[in-house]
Design a protein around this ligand. Structure first.
Ligand SMILES: Nc1ncnc2c1ncn2[C@@H]1O[C@H](COP(=O)(O)OP(=O)(O)OP(=O)(O)O)[C@@H](O)[C@H]1O
Ligand SMILES: [Mg+2]
Length: 302
C-alpha cells in the first residue's frame, strides 16, 4: 500500500490474567493497515480474538500492548467516527424506526435542523428498503427489519469506519442474502471503509476487498491477507462462475480447516514477519514473490 492508511493497527496484543496466576495471550503482534474505502473481512476460529480487536477499534476495549491509529491519531475511547453494527441490533425499544436513526444523527450533528436530520435519515431508511415503516417501533419489526434499522443508523452517522461483528449471522438465508447485497451496494457507492467479522467464507468473498486470516489462539496472529481476486462487479448470482472462485474459496477453507492450527510451524519455515503478513492472491497470476515459493496455483507477495 503506497498511500497512508486511514487506520493502522500496530503491534496489538490482548492478555488476560489466568486462573491460578500468569497470563493468557489471546493475540499478539497484530499489524494491519486499512486504506480509505477498503472493505476488510476478518476470519478466524472462535476465541482467536476477533471481537476483541473490533472492540479495540471501536474504543470499547483497551489493548494490553500496541495502538490503533485513525487519521494520524491514536484511538482513545469510543467516537461517532466509528459506528458499530452489533449482531443484536441494540435499538431503543420506545422509539420508532425514524426515531432510532434520528437519535444517532442528532448526536453526530447537533447543529442540524430537525428537517435536515429527518431528510438525511429518510435517505438511509430508503436505502435499506424500510420506506413506509418509519413510524414502527422495534417490537413491530421482524429480525431482518431490525437489523436493517441498525445498518441504516450506522450508515446515517456517516462514520469514517464501519465496524460489523457478524452482522448477518442470526438472519435467515433470504434476508441475509438481500442485506449482503444492500450493504455491498451502499459501501461501494459511498466508498465506506469497513471492518467486518464473519465466519462465512462465501460472505467474505462477496463483500471483502481483502480477507484477513487469523491463526487459532492463544497467541493468535494475522497469518496472511488474502486479496479478493474476483471482479468488482461480482454479485451473489454470478460469483461462482468466475475462474478464480474455486481457487479463492479453497484457499480460505484450507486455511480454516488445516493451516490455522499448524501456522506456527509453517511460519517458522517461511521467515514470516507479523509486521508484514504475506499478501496472497488465489487464482491470480504471480505478481511478486518475496516470502518463499508460492503455493501451486496461488500468487504470493509481501
Ligand atoms: N474478560 C475476559 N477475561 C478473560 N478472558 C477473556 C475475557 N474476554 C474475552 N476473553 C477471552 O478472549 C478470547 C477471545 O475472545 P473474542 O470474543 O475476541 O473471540 P472471537 O474470535 O470473537 O470468538 P467468536 O468467533 O466465538 O466470536 C476468548 O478465548 C475469551 O475467552
Ligand atoms: Mg466474536
Amino acid at each position: 500500500m503506497t498511500e497512508k492508511p486511514l487506520i493502522s493497527i500496530e503491534a496489538l496484543a490482548r492478555r488476560y490474567p489466568r486462573h491460578g496466576g500468569g497470563e493468557t495471550t489471546v493475540f499478539e503482534d497484530v499489524w494491519l493497515p486499512i486504506a480509505k474505502g477498503e472493505f476488510i473481512c476478518l476470519i478466524g476460529h472462535s476465541g482467536c480474538g476477533k471481537t476483541t480487536i473490533l472492540n479495540v477499534l471501536a474504543g470499547l476495549d483497551q489493548p494490553s500492548a500496541g495502538v490503533v491509529i485513525v487519521d494520524g491519531r491514536e484511538i482513545a475511547g469510543p467516537s461517532l467516527d466509528r459506528a458499530v453494527i452489533f449482531q443484536g441490533h441494540s435499538l431503543l425499544p420506545w422509539m420508532s424506526v425514524m426515531g432510532n436513526v434520528a437519535f444517532a444523527v442528532n448526536s453526530r450533528r447537533p447543529d442540524w435542523s430537525k428537517d435536515r436530520v429527518r431528510a438525511h435519515c429518510q435517505k438511509y431508511i430508503d436505502v435499506v428498503h424500510l420506506t413506509g415503516s418509519e413510524h414502527k417501533k422495534p417490537a413491530e419489526l421482524s429480525g431482518g427489519m431490525k437489523q436493517r434499522v441498525g445498518i441504516a443508523r450506522a450508515l446515517a452517522i456517516e462514520p469514517k469506519m464501519l465496524l460489523m461483528d457478524e452482522p448477518f449471522s442470526a438472519l435467515d438465508a433470504l434476508t441475509r442474502g438481500s442485506l449482503q447485497d444492500e450493504v455491498r451496494r451502499i459501501c461501494t457507492e459511498t466508498e465506506q471503509t469497513v471492518f467486518m467479522i464473519t465466519h462465512d467464507v462465501d460472505e467474505a468473498m462477496l463483500l471483502a476487498d481483502k480477507i484477513v486470516l487469523m491463526t487459532n489462539g492463544p497467541h493468535a496472529k494475522i497469518a496472511e491477507i488474502v486479496e479478493n481476486t474476483l471482479p468488482k462487479d461480482r454479485s451473489r448470482t454470478n460469483i461462482h462462475k468466475h475462474a478464480n472462485y474455486y481457487a479463492l474459496r479453497n484457499h480460505l477453507l484450507d486455511f480454516l480447516v488445516t493451516r490455522s492450527k499448524a501456522f506456527t510451524a509453517e511460519s517458522g519455515a517461511n521467515g514470516y514477519d507479523p509486521k508484514k503478513p504475506p499478501i496472497v492472491r488465489p487464482g491470480a497470476r504471480p505478481v511478486a514473490v518475496e516470502t518463499g515459493p508460492p503455493e501451486p496455483g496461488h500468487a504470493v507477495s509481501a
